[in-house]
Design a protein around this ligand. Structure first.
Ligand code: PLP
Length: 376
């Protein structure tokens, strides 16, 4: 066989999935492993949403749809973005794809030319860099301020004539921190002064505690150069449904739609009807899950601090980001091999010296995990 794609060979497998798979193998061999490496809510999708999907199936909503995504869903998304995020948009400027991950890949394919630089703010989610590379762009990394994971002027050092886009995520996976108005205004100025596209991944928007979520696209004219990415996986516990979306200026949106037409066509039609119900139906399920995550967050951060670990500001998402005095890869491996607690080393997020612990697990499991880590 002739050599396979060098571009893909050079991309490492997803670290989070690798660790979760190792924990799964250890469990299958009989070890009592606690898995806190996963980025998935441990709740089932609320019943009114699954009912709407089943109804759609029974009503024969099983055919091809508009490749940009079901119009009723794009209208519901536009209404949500206007009402909750103050983003000026319409169904024409929205695309629905197979999860926010797919949306991000399409955005890169739509915007990036070979040699373009895409600036990623670290610590960063594991799939941004591969998405840039698959689109033949050059990923460039810049670390957020270590003390509070906010943006400062040093970001300018990484901008040059080749920079095309800045990618950031708030609330953040892996840190749990939330970008404040000062950071977002700075990013806005940087994008406007240098004619850059902002890709703002807001998938954890609904999981926020004592802080306000601000969409950069709501600031001034930023909607004219922002791709706002969001989805249903985290807010509505719909990870397996594979539905995400973006609002973007029309020229970008049209490019993304072409990518979608020639790849996935669109997400499953009946799943999109479920997503309509998620947005148009009762929202109390979102608040119930948020409150449960908040209880766990308070417990976990307090307990980790009590056993001597420093943690990043945990204002959003469902992760504790723990500062490790030393080699995060070695410490995370020790926690798994000796304590049987699976976590994710910060190195996977371009943040060596930190470990991410997911609190998408019930309280008893978290208590046992802290006990085990404390004994090591
Ligand atoms: N963006 C971030 C920051 C994530 O953590 C995830 C999932 O882990 C995604 C995007 C992808 O979400 P989806 O399930 O909608 O593809």
């Amino acid at each position: 066989m002739k050599s396979l794609s060098l571009k893909i060979s050079g991309i490492p497998p997803s670290a989070t999935i690798e660790i979760t798979d190792k924990a799964r193998r250890m469990k299958a061999e009989g070890t009592d492993v606690i898995s806190l490496s996963i980025g998935e809510p441990d709740f089932d999708t609320p019943k009114h949403i699954t009912d709407a999907c089943i109804r759609a199936l029974l009503e024969g909503k099983t055919h091809y749809e508009a490749s940009q995504g079901l119009l009723e869903l794009r209208e519901a998304i536009a209404d949500k973005l206007k009402a909750e995020n103050s983003i000026e948009t319409s169904a024409a400027e929205i695309i629905v794809s197979c999860g926010a991950k797919d949306t991000i890949y399409e955005a890169m394919e739509a915007c990036v030319n070979p040699g373009d630089e895409v600036l990623i703010l670290d610590p960063s989610w594991v799939s941004y860099e591969p998405a840039v590379k698959i689109a033949d762009g050059n990923p460039v990394h810049h670390s957020l301020r270590q003390s509070d994971f906010q943006v400062d002027d040093s970001v300018l050092e990484k901008i040059n004539s080749k920079t095309k886009m800045i990618v950031f995520n708030t609330p953040s996976n892996p840190t749990g921190s939330v970008l404040g108005m000062e950071s977002l205004r700075l990013l806005k100025d940087v994008c406007e002064d240098n004619d850059l596209i902002a890709l703002s991944d807001e998938i954890y928007e609904k999981l926020i505690y004592d802080k306000e979520h601000i969409s950069i696209a709501s600031l001034g004219d930023m909607h004219e150069r922002t791709i706002t990415v969001n989805g249903f996986s985290k807010a509505y516990a719909m990870t397996g449904w594979r539905i995400g979306y973006a609002a973007a200026p029309l020229p970008i949106l049209k490019q993304m739609t072409k990518v979608q037409q020639h790849t996935i066509s669109h997400p499953a039609t009946f799943a999109m009807w479920g997503a309509v119900e998620a947005l148009r139906g009762d929202q109390s399920c979102v608040e119930d899950m948020r409150q449960e995550f908040d209880k766990r967050r308070r417990y976990l951060i307090g307990a980790l601090n009590d056993i001597g670990y420093k943690t990043a500001p945990a204002d959003g998402a469902f992760y504790a980001f723990v500062n490790i005095d030393g080699d995060d890869m070695a410490v995370s491996a020790k926690w798994l091999d000796e304590g049987h607690v699976a976590t994710t080393p910060g190195t996977a997020f371009n943040a060596p010296g930190w470990i991410r612990i997911s609190y998408a697990a019930d309280m008893n499991t978290l208590k046992e995990a802290v006990r085990r880590i404390g004994e090591l």
